[in-house]
Design a protein around this ligand. Structure first.
Ligand SMILES: NC(=O)C1=CN([C@@H]2O[C@H](COP(=O)(O)OP(=O)(O)OC[C@H]3O[C@@H](n4cnc5c(N)ncnc54)[C@H](OP(=O)(O)O)[C@@H]3O)[C@@H](O)[C@H]2O)[C@@H](O)CC1
Ligand SMILES: [K+]
Length: 455
């Protein structure tokens, strides 16, 4: 079982292509079933397992897992929602010599394995199938989903029928968008990959350009470092200086060597250099990143400051209010990272019914900027088509000021010399880890401070 971090994310069609390129489909199903059986046996600690098998190859995986568990002497039963309908699933079912119960008649077991539907789900579950899945899950100590929880759509994070939330999800071959994108991802808790494609050595990343966020390589100061080599961040303040203070604080805690707050407010911390805003201050060639938007306001002053920031030719982090004033179709002279949440994204780029990954990718290409499309499933997209998805964000991040903290951390990473895509990924990772360290019910100031501990 392999953690998702750093792994490619494949759609249902991309999985199908990878499977076809591999060639030995029965061999893949055998490996999948064996991998499932090994994981289930380890977690079941001798308790009885009930495997629910659907009509397709997801069900086929379940029959193989049942056979493998039985061969190892583990108590296992099988219940089917429908007879096998593919050649592979039929062959797998034929080799299961135990009884096949009707789903409606199946008695609960402490360990429940959902092998009803995977990447082939094309419509909502029949009411009786959904009912019995929930009935059996409610009595189980552990629910393990094979590939995907039955009911979620593979590619766009939508939910066709609400499944019970799995305690463990065994993704076959590769991660799918549904393991990361909401609302689907909340049902596939603790997703792990069973690597059925790589052991053959024939198939690798399948040409995917979408990956799960992984631990970044962060620049470290050396003996020759000084404050400006560590990275200088200018934070442009505006109507609500609290937000730009938070962004500044976050930039400092994320590791910037020098943070300049351009506004009118005074205050701690003393390490923050505060100067009155002027357009000329943005011309300092040592500035590695300008953060603009947190607390900027949307009036004429705000508009003028954004225009000056854009004219400064410094790398930009454009957040909050600045996103409401920003024209994604105007040409620019320096790299920019946009950090919209769902509302800001919609206002800037409109809405289409494609997946969040595809929307972020299209927005990035249109604005010729890196887009950090924030949320419980943050997508980072770059104009050349690559994308990274960060799943599993702390729900406690839904509090005021956490976006300002991300903007500041992004500024620090951008100024540190990382390329803009790496900087965006590093900032999202730092932010997510800081939230994890903060635990429950933290405030944005705590989150900013926790960035130091993450570093
Ligand atoms: N890719 C790989 O490398 C490997 C993939 N493997 C496994 O294969 C899985 C994908 O298999 P799959 O394509 O057969 O689809 P799956 O999810 O089993 O179900 C489709 C079946 O259900 C039907 N159906 C659909 N919706 C329905 C509904 N609501 N209610 C009722 N019926 C519904 C649909 O038929 P339809 O009625 O739509 O014609 C079809 O019969 C994948 O998740 C993984 O577990 C591994 O074995 C090995 C390597
Ligand atoms: K499943």
């Amino acid at each position: 079982m392999i953690p998702l971090a750093g792994r490619p994310i494949l759609t249902a069609v991309q999985m199908w292509v990878a499977e076809a390129a591999h060639g030995d489909l029965a061999g893949l199903m055998e490996q999948a079933g064996q991998g499932i059986a090994t994981a289930v046996r380890r977690l079941a600690t001798g308790a009885e397992v009930l495997i629910l098998c659907g009509p397709g190859n997801n069900g086929g995986d379940g029959y193989v897992a049942a056979r493998r568990l039985a061969e190892s002497g583990h108590p296992v039963r099988v219940a089917a929602s429908a007879p096998p309908a593919t050649d592979l699933a039929r062959a797998a079912a034929d080799r299961w010599i135990g009884a096949v119960e009707r789903l409606a008649d199946a008695a609960p077991a402490p360990i429940l394995v959902d092998s009803l539907f995977g990447t082939g789900l094309s419509r909502p579950l029949a009411d009786d199938v959904a009912h019995h899945l929930h009935r059996l899950a409610a009595s189980a100590r552990l629910l393990i989903a094979v590939d995907l929880p039955s009911g979620v759509a593979t590619d766009d994070g939508s939910v066709l029928t609400e499944p019970p939330a799995a305690d463990l999800t065994l993704a076959l071959g590769h991660a799918k968008p549904a393991h990361l994108l909401q609302p689907a991802a909340r049902y596939s808790r603790n997703a792990r990959i069973i690597d059925i494609l790589a052991p053959s050595g024939k198939v690798k990343g399948e040409g995917s350009t979408t990956f799960v966020l992984s631990t970044p390589d962060l620049p470290e100061p050396g003996p020759d470092s000084h404050k400006f080599t560590r990275g200088m961040v200018a934070v442009v303040a505006g109507a609500m200086p609290g937000a730009s203070d938070l962004a500044s604080l976050a930039a400092m805690h994320a590791g910037a060597g020098y943070v300049l707050h351009l506004g009118d407010a005074d205050g701690i911390p003393h390490a923050l250099v505060r100067k009155t805003y002027s357009d000329a201050a943005l011309d300092d060639p040592r500035i590695g990143a300008v953060v603009i938007g947190p607390g900027l306001g949307r009036d004429d002053t705000a508009r003028a400051r954004l225009a000056a920031a854009l004219a400064s030719r410094r790398p930009l982090v454009i957040d909050g209010d600045a996103l409401h004033l920003f024209d994604p179709d105007a040409s620019r002279h320096a790299p920019a990272i946009l950090t919209p949440h769902a509302g800001e994204f919609k206002a800037l780029f409109g809405h289409t019914h494609s997946s969040k990954i595809d929307r972020a990718r299209a927005a990035s290409a249109r604005a010729d900027a890196i887009v950090i499309y924030k949320g419980p499933d943050t997508v980072i997209a770059v104009p050349d088509g690559r994308a990274v998805v960060a799943g599993d964000a702390s729900d406690w991040l839904s509090t005021a000021g956490t976006g300002d903290v991300l903007a500041g951390a992004t500024g620090a990473m951008l100024a540190s010399g990382l390329d803009p895509f790496a900087a965006a990924c590093a900032a999202v990772w730092l932010h997510g880890e800081a939230a994890r360290l903060c635990g429950r019910s933290f405030i944005a100031d705590d989150l900013a401070a926790a960035l130091s501990r993450v570093r």
